[in-house]
Write a protein that binds this ligand. Structure first.
Ligand code: UDP
Length: 340
């Protein structure tokens, strides 16, 4: 059974990926500093999979502690690196915290991997590196631009570091996420942001749950079908399964380049209003919302070309928008019931 180290495995995407890895027979060890996620994720993963992943609480910004954690798991076959801060607005207010956390953690992880001979690495990147794309669907060859936020820039810089560090002895796959939403079908795990959500789907589910008064739609004067911005929403379990495919590719030495990049999206763009409509229809409720000004830095339209991932990884997203909005609400409802 191959051991995979999942950094940030208590977070939203990391936990769903851990579930998908365990389902495919991998042994998962989670490295997490619990700064933005809870240890409860471990019990939730156990409830769903029947297997409790080992948790190693470690601050990857600390080089010595990182080395100690890796030494104990030097038999791992690969690392999937999710550990990072991800709030765009916060990164504008506190850029150094973002550069320090996201880049020191990355470098310490890579140095420890080099030290202990763990040669495979999967990186959690973002479509934010495309900035405002010249055309859609966005292919992996589209020019990378300086992202609007320090958060986004940490992803761009990280990819540059990874490209330089990848060679015949070290293989990397960078996965550029579009907009992950939804939850595991059990409703036992899902997205749980700290404080007021910045992202659309948790804001929708919290509004439906009565925690937020109403959803603000940021702009209805974009050049799109209904004036609201268009994104490529992808079910978090599809995203999780793509990581398992990428791990298989590295472990079985199927990759063609030492550094590969893949978009993870569905290839279909939906507007904010279409997401709201799907949420209301599928869950049989109505949502309070209001149109307000555009949010600074928002891109009008982004959706992925999924051809490269289909061709090289043999992976395509399977779940549709209805399944995303239903699972997101199922999780929110369950969670609020548990905690009422
Ligand atoms: N959005 C919105 N209201 C919100 C949060 C988001 O209208 O409270 C819109 C946002 O302007 C964007 C889309 O929803 O067009 C997705 O935003 P999100 O922050 O989830 O992801 P992004 O693509 O910006 O990373």
């Amino acid at each position: 059974m191959s051991k995979i180290i999942v950094t940030g495995g208590c977070g939203y995407i990391g936990a769903h990926t851990s579930i998908a890895l365990i389902a495919q027979g991998y042994q998962v060890v989670i490295f997490d500093d619990l700064s933005n996620a809870s240890e409860e994720s471990i019990s939730r993963i156990e409830k769903i999979t029947g297997t409790r992943p080992e948790l190693c609480v470690v601050d990857l910004k600390d080089k010595n502690k990182t080395n100690t954690a890796f030494e104990a798991h030097k038999d791992a076959s690969a690392v999937i690196h999710f550990a990072a801060y991800k709030a765009v607005k916060e990164s504008v207010e506190q850029p150094l915290q973002y550069y320090e956390n996201n880049l020191f953690s990355l470098i310490n992880t890579l140095v420890a991997q080099q030290k202990f001979g763990i040669k495979n690495f999967i990186f959690s990147s973002s479509a934010t590196v495309y900035g405002i794309p010249e055309s859609c669907p966005v292919t992996e060859n589209s020019p990378v631009k300086r992202p609007f936020s320090p958060y986004g820039n940490t992803k761009k810089i990280a990819e540059e570091i990874l490209e330089d560090n990848s060679n015949s002895g070290f293989s990397t796959i960078s996965l550029r996420y579009f907009n992950p939403i939804g939850a595991h079908k059990s409703g036992d795990i899902g997205e749980l942001p700290n404080g007021v959500p910045n992202n659309l789907m948790p804001f929708i589910t919290q509004t439906a749950a009565g925690i937020r008064k109403k959803l603000m739609i940021f702009g209805d004067d974009y050049p799109t079908k209904d004036g609201t911005a268009v994104r490529d929403y992808i079910h978090v379990m599809d995203l999780a399964e793509a990581h398992v495919v990428a791990v298989d590719r590295l472990i079985h030495k199927k990759q063609k380049e030492n550094f590969e990049i893949y978009n993870l999206g569905t290839g279909t763009g939906y507007s904010v209003l279409e997401v709201i409509k799907a949420f209301e229809t599928q869950n049989n409720l109505s949502l309070a919302y209001e149109i307000t000004e555009r949010r600074e830095g928002d891109v009008p339209i982004v959706f992925a070309s999924t051809e490269l991932a289909a061709k090289k990884l043999g992976w395509r997203a399977k779940r549709d928008l209805n399944s995303m909005v239903k699972s997101a609400w199922n999780w929110e409802k369950n969670y609020r019931k548990e905690n009422s």
